[in-house]
Design a protein around this ligand. Structure first.
Ligand code: NAI
Length: 389
């Protein structure tokens, strides 16, 4: 993509602002538009301030920051986007509203304009469904904060033109991002494969096997994750995390593997949303002390193994169902959510047989479909193969 090509970002919230910053830093003139009066201009000003701070810290030269800032411009309506070659939509997560925007947009932009959605939980195919030309619509799913997180899931819908995903992946590389191709299925890669990190942690807690601090401690110290599940849910926001879990569960026609947790629902109902409300699973008010985890090596290892095998099973199943290829799955989890290593590599190291038998034990113990091993895992064990063999 020629960096002189005009890019537009619609929706000047957290994601739109970050994406606009990335595009401007990659050299594109960027138009920002938002339905709330003044929001686009405020976002442009905020991105310029951020660029200035990056220059102060020496991450950019002051000339680079000023140039990138000067490439951003707020506009008042979709009608101002006629010359855009790539439009990225990051508005409210609401299917009818997104569908309405895309049909409006296609009557305004040129026929060679690519229209992308940053949706995290809706179907790209459904968003494009009301358009006369759905072939130029694609998902480009950035992670929060977009300027810092390298991953972009590139998601062609059912009607997306062949070759558009490759073109978009090339553009994302030019923007210094790590693109991964994935199928238009609920949660794409990351929000699907990561579900057991939260879901199984909640389940272990609900069964009374360990308290939250101990579960977090196990995943940090034995698993090597930067944050444990409960502290991460408190950071993300329990409302946001619960909404993603619910939407994945519903989108999979209520597959019990993705069933949301009552514990988390109660947190949301009581307003214990996490850091942003001062209280979530933990008390985040000033002066509060974090609870002390139990330092029982056997318990910590049990917690780590149970969550890990569920994550591995999810990754193996995504591979089995062709949601993404092996390397995309590994990149997605390491570059999108900072996992210490790819889950399929982790499976090889942990031992596929050990992984399968742990899942079979859980399934036998609980009699629940939640723990059913992926057919691919069974087959790999039968054939004595490794994911990275
Ligand atoms: P946000 O609430 O911070 O910003 C959304 C913006 O869109 C608001 O400024 C709102 O005024 C504007 N807007 C709403 N309807 C509009 C319309 N019809 N036309 C123009 N502007 C409109 O939301 P956020 O978090 O930035 O999310 C935006 C999108 O990105 C959603 O689809 C979300 O699912 C997705 N996403 C969010 C992530 C996150 O961590 N927050 C991560 C990846 C994707």
């Amino acid at each position: 993509m020629d960096s002189s090509m005009d890019v537009a970002v619609i929706g000047a919230g957290a994601m739109g602002s970050g994406i606009a910053q990335v595009a401007a830093q990659a050299g594109h003139p960027v138009l920002m538009m938002d339905a709330r009066p003044g929001a686009a201009q405020r976002a442009v000003d905020a991105v310029r301030t951020t660029l200035g701070k990056l220059a102060e810290k020496g991450r950019l030269t002051s000339a680079e920051a000023a140039e990138a800032g000067a490439r951003l411009r707020a506009v008042g309506s979709v009608d101002d986007l006629t010359g855009s070659r790539l439009v990225i939509e990051a508005i409210v997560e609401d299917l009818p509203v997104k569908r309405g925007l895309f049909t409006e947009l296609e009557s305004v932009v040129g026929t060679d304009c690519v229209m992308a959605t940053n949706t995290s939980s809706l179907s790209v195919t459904a968003i494009a469904g009301a358009c006369a030309h759905p072939e130029r619509i694609i998902g480009l799913h950035f992670f929060n904060p977009a300027p810092l997180m390298p991953l972009v899931e590139v998601v062609p819908g059912l009607a997306t033109a062949p070759g558009l995903a490759e073109r978009c992946s090339m553009w994302m590389k030019q923007w210094s991002k790590v693109p991964v191709l994935c199928k238009d299925t609920p949660g794409f890669i990351v929000n699907r494969v990561a579900r057991p990190f939260y879901g199984e942690a909640l389940r272990i807690y609900e069964e009374g096997l360990a308290d939250m601090a101990t579960i977090d401690h196990a995943m940090r110290t034995v698993g090597g994750f930067r944050m444990g599940p409960f502290e991460l849910m408190d950071l993300i926001g329990n409302d946001v995390n619960f909404a993603v879990t619910r939407s994945v569960f519903e989108a999979f026609f209520f597959d019990p593997r993705y069933r949301p947790s009552l514990t988390q629902q109660r947190q949301v109902e009581s307003g214990r949303l996490g850091r942003k409300s001062g209280r979530g699973y933990y008390d985040h008010s000033n002066g509060s002390l974090p609870p002390t985890p139990k330092n029982d090596p056997e318990l910590l290892d049990m917690i780590y193994r149970r969550i890990l095998v569920m994550l591995i099973n999810e990754a193996a199943d995504a591979l089995y169902l062709g949601i993404a290829d092996r390397d995309a799955l590994e990149l997605a989890m390491t570059k999108g959510v900072n996992y210490p290593k790819g889950l399929l590599r982790w499976a090889d190291e942990f031992g596929l047989e050990r992984c399968l038998s742990a899942l079979q034990d859980l399934q036998a113990e609980y009699g629940e479909d939640r723990y059913r091993p992926s057919p691919l895992l069974r087959r790999m064990v039968r054939e004595g193969r490794l994911f990275h063999g």
